[in-house]
Design a protein around this ligand. Structure first.
Ligand code: RB5
Length: 142
């Protein structure tokens, strides 16, 4: 189950991500926001982060204008590793090396075509499980 969240700046790209996930038969839960009325990204970052640490969802996708504010907020939650990615190389690397559990993107930075490729890469790349990466992730969590 994929947890989705955005602020008003990311709302329309989140709708594109939802259509993409539906097309692929990938289940998701939308934790808001629900329209383009100005709102506060930490609210949705925390809701998605909580869904993951509570085990309701496996991974999350967070979208704001830049991807930055919403990722900073999500990374305040212990156990969350949110990565801002605006290219597929980073999306692959952050899964393989950091075991990132949230992908953050900026709707004012990337168009929907690239964003959906990034989503696809993030969701379909496994953590390498290599000892050096496991050790580094443990140090983040300590
Ligand atoms: C909202 O205007 C904007 O600040 C927000 O979407 C995000 O880019 C913050 O990091």
């Amino acid at each position: 189950m994929i947890a989705l969240g955005s602020d008003h700046g990311g709302y329309s790209l989140k709708q594109e991500v939802k259509a993409y996930l539906e097309g692929k038969g990938i289940p998701y839960k939308d934790y808001g926001c629900l329209d383009e009325t100005p709102c506060d990204y930490p609210v949705y970052a925390k809701a998605v982060a909580k869904a993951i640490v509570d085990g309701e969802c496996d991974k999350g996708i967070l979208i704001c204008g830049t991807g930055i504010g919403i990722s900073i907020a999500a990374n305040k939650v212990k156990g969350i590793r949110a990565a801002v990615c605006h290219d597929t190389f980073s999306a692959q690397a952050t899964r393989e090396h950091n075991d990132a559990n949230i992908l953050a993107m900026g709707a004012r930075v990337v168009g929907p075509g690239l964003a959906l490729k990034i989503v696809d890469t993030f969701l379909h790349t496994e953590f390498s499980g290599e000892e050096r990466h496991v050790n580094r992730i443990r140090q983040i969590e300590d």
